[in-house]
Structures are given as C-alpha cells and as structure tokens.
Design a protein around this ligand. Structure first.
Ligand SMILES: NC(=O)c1ccc[n+]([C@@H]2O[C@H](COP(=O)([O-])OP(=O)(O)OC[C@H]3O[C@@H](n4cnc5c(N)ncnc54)[C@H](O)[C@@H]3O)[C@@H](O)[C@H]2O)c1
Length: 424
C-alpha cells in the first residue's frame, strides 16, 4: 500500500469533486476550509470525521502534507505561496495567477520551496486528449505545426435557478467579471501538453454579442468569446478560445502535423478522427481512421466514475505520485504561469482589437523584473479591492437592472433549494 498523504482542501464547492479520487488514491482528507456554511456542511456530510475551518489562517496550521486550492479562481496565488513557504505541497485549481505580479511572486516562492507545486489541470487527461497525445508522441503526424482548442459552453440566457448556488455567491463573484480570455487552461493546456509547444506571442479578437436585456444571467462581460492565436517557441501556431459560448457546447481539439492530423469530432461524445495524406500514410493505418478511444488504464473503473471524463482522477493520482516520489510534474509552476500569462496578454490584445503581445517567460529574471509590479485585474477581491480594468471588450457594457434582479432572485432560490436538500 502506498504512503498515506494528509490533504487539506481549501474551498469545497469544486473541492468536493475530488473527494472520491483522493480517497481512492490513498489520500487522507484531514481538513477542509470554507467560509460558506452550507457547502462546508455538505462536505462534512460526505466525509464524516474531518477538521473544519472557515478561515485559511487557522486551516493552514492543521498538520498536513498537501493542500488542494479550490478557492476563488483569481485568489490562488497568495494561498499557494503561503503553503509553499511552510513546505506544504500545492495542487492548485486554475488559474495559477490572475495578475502578472502574482505570477512572478508564485514562481519565486515555488523555486525557494522544497514542496511541489502542480496545477490541477484535468482536461489533458480526458480520454480523447490522452489518445491525441499518444498519437503525437508516436510520431506518425510528423512535426506538429498547428493546433486548435475549444472549451465551449453555450448557456441558456433564460435558464432557471439550477445549480447557480454552487457557481456563484453574490454579485461580485469572479464568474460575473471573467473576461473571455482568462479561463484559458482547459483549451490551451491540452494542446500545449500534447505538442510540447509554449506560446511566446499572442493576439486575440473579441466576439461581442451580449445576452438580451431581460435575461436571467448578469455577467459584466457582453463578449461571447475571444478568438486567440499564439505563435509558439517551436514556430508552430495555436488557435483557441478560453471559455466561450457560441454554437453548441463541446470541448474540441485538433492537432496537425506535416503528415496528418488528429482531432476529437464535435458532437460524437469523444470519437477520434485520425487522418493522413496518402503520400505519407503509415502502413498499419488507413487514410481516415475513425474510432472511440479506450481508457486503457489499470484504474479504468475509477476513471469512468470521476468527473471531467476521468480527468479529475488523473490529476489526483499524478499529484499524489509526485508527492510520494518527490518528483516534478509537467504542470509545474512554469507551465501554470505561462497559461496565466497567455490569458492576461490575450486580454490586453483583445481590448486593443488584436494588437500582439509577447508572453513573459518567468524563468527569466528580466521578465520577472518587468512584470513584478503589474497588478491590473478585472476582479473584485475578498479584501474589497475593486477591479482596475474592465472585463468586457466594450468597456462601458454592464448588465441591466432587470438582469441583475433576475440573477440574484434565482441565486437565492437555488441556495434555498440546496439548503433544503442538506436538511433531508
Ligand atoms: N478544472 C475544472 O474542471 C474546474 C471546474 C470547476 C471549477 N474549477 C475551479 O475551481 C475553483 C473554485 O471554483 P468553484 O466552482 O468551486 O466556485 P467558487 O470559486 O465560487 O468556490 C470557491 C469556494 O472557496 C470558498 N472560499 C473562497 N475564499 C475563501 C476564504 N478566504 N476562506 C474560506 N473559504 C473561501 C468559497 O466560499 C467557495 O465555496 C476555481 O478556480 C474554478 O476555476 C475548475
């Protein structure tokens, strides 16, 4: 039996999705921390005996080997740094850093610490993405020169209360101030991981198409997407969106080499299309190969039940392996902060209708010095700090009063329904 690792979970909305995978990989969830009472109670109901905190200062003193950061999207870096300073391993949800200054601080802290830092990026581990990486590694596509990534969630503007209470907790929540370039990890990480290419220059175009003024949603961005292009360090090019909302929902990826291409076909539930030109088709393949990839893993049954196409399971398994064996992981602090930097520089490009920006390389001291005081952020912070830049490509855009009222009413209804469920 592998060594038990004591884990604390900071934020138990998303954090609760990992409970089963942690326990299945011989992790011991010793403490949770969430200031949201109902969510903390739900976690205790599932976990049984566990220490419960409502503030990080007390939580971090609890004896533990590792912390899973699943708190607000834009506030991971400061807590990651505090864990690293105490020698506690960090598995951080996205995004690693919401400002360039935070990215610089995080890289410096990770370099100083003996603890491991890993981004909890799960999409590269979806079955079709693992298959695409396997094909890329096999080499039959030749040099990889172009790739696309889409994390596309079209939403119903008139949707009901649904799961709102697990996604928002008020009118200043980060999801209501999220520029369309910031949630970039799920579209970009899979193609970076599969190809090994790192973006060095970026441009982005906004797709401004606000929802109706009587909708039930109240984002402060009227953009539906940003179409992002990067030039990469191996001369390849990527085209991707961050989180977009157009057409029909899908997560889709396409990787093209000199000899052929592989993609997961939209609307097929994960089928792979692998195609070669006839002049350089491998002998054991057809020109068009169309198939559903298998999970092909010793933990197949656990993977089938884990969230995000099994991605949540792999993230935990890899993280715990790295902690036990004290070995690095590809989703390290440089990988993680490059993703964050692409998101931020793509935002700047989008605001200027596609002006290109270089992506900082935080391995270089000169880039750290250049950006160490760059604190611009579109988000409200827990300490009351207000956004310093707008979140929409049309900076004057704001949801209507009707939208805000509808949204807050549905959020309250959703919360009341969750509270009733908890009491059952
Ligand atoms: N990888 C994925 O597939 C995936 C899916 C969903 C969410 N996420 C990420 O997970 C993170 C959390 O998202 P979420 O959906 O759970 O929504 P969320 O951001 O609203 O939840 C954060 C939770 O942390 C708690 N929290 C925040 N700051 C706190 C503090 N200072 N003290 C105590 N508690 C605090 C909040 O009360 C809340 O319950 C985000 O970074 C999000 O991007 C990732």
């Amino acid at each position: 039996m592998s060594k038990e690792i004591r884990i604390g979970i900071f934020g138990v909305s998303r954090g609760s999705c990992f409970f089963d995978s942690i326990l299945a990989n011989n992790g011991d969830i010793v403490a949770i921390c969430d200031k949201h009472e109902r969510r903390a109670k739900e976690a205790v109901k599932r976990l049984g005996k566990v220490a419960v905190y409502d503030n990080f200062d007390e939580f971090i003193k609890h004896p533990m080997d590792a912390v899973l950061l699943a708190n607000y999207f834009h506030e991971h870096a400061e807590y990651a740094i505090r864990c690293l300073e105490r020698g506690i391993h960090v598995l951080s949800e996205c995004t690693a850093a919401a400002t360039l200054a935070d990215a610089v601080k995080l890289v410096r802290a990770a370099e100083k610490s003996n603890a491991i830092y890993m981004l909890a990026e799960n999409y590269p581990y979806m079955t079709f993405n693992r298959e695409m990486k396997r094909i890329c590694d096999e080499g039959t596509l030749g040099k990889l020169i172009y790739a696309e990534g889409e994390y596309n969630h079209a939403g119903d503007p008139y949707g009901d209360a649904g799961d709102k209470a697990n996604l928002y907790d008020g009118e200043k929540h980060w999801r209501l101030f999220l520029p369309r370039t910031y949630y970039v990890t799920h579209s970009l990480a899979p193609i970076m991981f599969a190809t090994g290419a790192n973006p060095v220059r970026v441009t982005a175009m906004p797709v401004f198409a606000p929802v109706p003024r009587d909708a039930n949603v109240a984002s402060n961005s009227g953009d539906k997407a940003a179409i992002i292009t990067t030039l990469n360090d191996d001369d390849s090019v990527f085209k991707f969106v961050a989180n977009s909302s157009f057409g029909a929902c899908d997560n889709s990826y396409r990787i093209c080499g000199e000899y052929g291409q592989v993609e997961n076909v939209r609307g097929t539930g994960g089928k792979i299309m692998l195609r070669y030109n006839k002049w350089n088709k491998p002998a054991d393949k057809e020109c068009i190969n169309y198939y559903m990839p298998g999970i092909n893993d010793k933990d197949e049954e656990l993977i089938k039940t884990a969230g995000h196409g099994g991605g949540d399971f792999f993230v935990i398994r890899h993280f715990l392996e790295c902690v036990r064996e004290n070995k690095p992981h590809p989703f390290d602090v440089y990988f993680a902060t490059r993703l964050s930097a692409v998101a931020i520089m793509a935002y700047r490009s989008m605001m200027e209708r596609g002006v290109p920006y270089d992506i900082p390389d935080f391995r270089k001291e000169e880039d750290r010095i250049k950006y160490e005081n760059d604190t611009d952020s579109p988000f409200w912070y827990s300490d009351g700090t207000a956004p310093t830049v707008p979140c929409c490509s049309h900076p004057d855009y704001a949801p209507s009063e009707v939208q805000k009222e509808n949204f807050m009413r549905l959020l309250a209804e959703s919360e009341a329904s969750k509270a009733r469920e908890l009491e059952k």
